[in-house]
Design a protein around this ligand. Sequence first.
Ligand code: SF4
Ligand code: SF4
Ligand code: FES
Length: 532
Amino acid sequence: MPTFKLDGNAIPFEAGDTIIKAAWREGIEIPHYCWHPGLSAPANCRMCLVEVIPSAPQKPVMLDILAWDDVAHEYRTQQKPKLVPACRTAAAEGLVVLSDKSEQVRKARRDVQEFLLLNHPVDCPICDQAGECKLQDYWLEHGQFRKRMRDEPIHKPKGVEFGTTIVYDAERCVMCTRCIRFMAEIAKDPVLDMRERGNLNEIVVAPGRRLDGHYTFMTEYVCPVGALTTKDFRFKARVWFLRSAPVVCQGCATGCNAYIDFDPRENKAYRYRPRDNAKVNDFWMCDEGMLSYVFAHRERLLQARVGDQHVSTTEAIEHVRTFFAGVPGSRIAVVLSAEHSLEDNWALHELGTNLLGVDRVFYAAHPDGYSDDILIHRDKNPNLRGVHSVAPGAKPVEALLGDVASGQITHVISLGSSATLGVDQVAKATWLSLAAHTGTLPRMATVVLPVTSWAEHSGTYVNARGLRQVSEKALAPQGDSQAAWQALISVAKALGHEASWHSLKAVRAKVLGIGPLLDDSTLTVSSPSSVE
Ligand code: SF4
Ligand code: SF4
Ligand code: FES
């Protein structure tokens, strides 16, 4: 691979790379505002300026500047090397680039910072971006100057509602145009633009339009400062109290990689952020997915139930023992869930087919919905392919109705919450539901055991392309819930069997062999945090 030198270090690059992109891939940050690895590069912020040392016989391009001469007490003409934007300068074999090691570059960064902060309100104490703001970070790294301007700063619109999700503060905006480019280039809806010039610049929504559609949250995500905030997260938490876990979005079969940010003091999830994965979602997520973190808490089932009565998990298991005593496997059906992990589904399938002798396996799933050619998949389940891998012959749960009506099936064990069934259609069956959320299946059940949601355990999901991905645990189990594969150990025991799985490691070793899969390279959570 060809290389160039950055501050003396060899940086490999691919054809078409700019200096900033090659350095970014190596985990080296050249300061920047307008550049983003997933967007075009307008080179308008000038924060990424670097010095390129030409090799002989070329001479450096020099610029005349006026510099204050302390001895002569007047401005004198001096020369300095012309700096170039690293976001628009192509990497080339043998190039010698100075970034942190150039005094001219360090001064340029300081000057850009001072320029950007001239009219900035510096309202960090009430800004949601505080703690993850590029203006703050770069001021510490490259600024640390005192403000010299004594004039009243220019005031601009604040609290402007761009749509139902996003609020704009023009005084905090550094005019990097990332939000404009995201909407035009990725969301394919060029609804944002810039108006005026110089310090009157501001971002506006096209006349007659709102910032809407399925990708508005990403404008806030790409904004490097606190100019765009989401109504959902605004004023809810300080980011330095939050911790992050790498998870897989459960909103559809695309399986976008995300971080779930949560406050461990309250065991509460606050937001999703996209996690870079070039094989799945690049840098992005859709609005529905970004808001689906709320189901870490919303509609959660926290306690076991028998009939209408809340009971302890031990009591519920005792009822399972009684209800299922002496029932042959031929009368029992298991219902797997496209909402649940491979581990949970494997454990239920194992219990049913190997321990109980069940021969009728079904699966429940969310119905199809909206899709596009950007990210959103019509299959609204995170693991339908995984269910088909665990049980290739499983039928949709609707096919169970006839078996129940004819009396061939009298007992059912189901996983998950969603299914397009009516409660009265299966009233004749004794039903054990293991569910994390309220929904059709637990509503129709005789006994309900609460299980952990995706946010409370580590689980493996297979997306629509056949990629197997691990979603890690963020929250502690809520209420009386435990992972479904764990709860099924107790269920197996109550039904007179010893489970062959007793740890996550043991279950995961089993699901590793499940296939076929197109590509298994994202089995481990490995995506680096986005550094843009
Ligand atoms: S709102 Fe944010 S992303 Fe948009 S131009 Fe301003 S600083 Fe950049
Ligand atoms: S496209 Fe699907 S997986 Fe990706 S963020 Fe949206 S809902 Fe989640
Ligand atoms: S990042 Fe290069 S000019 Fe903005």
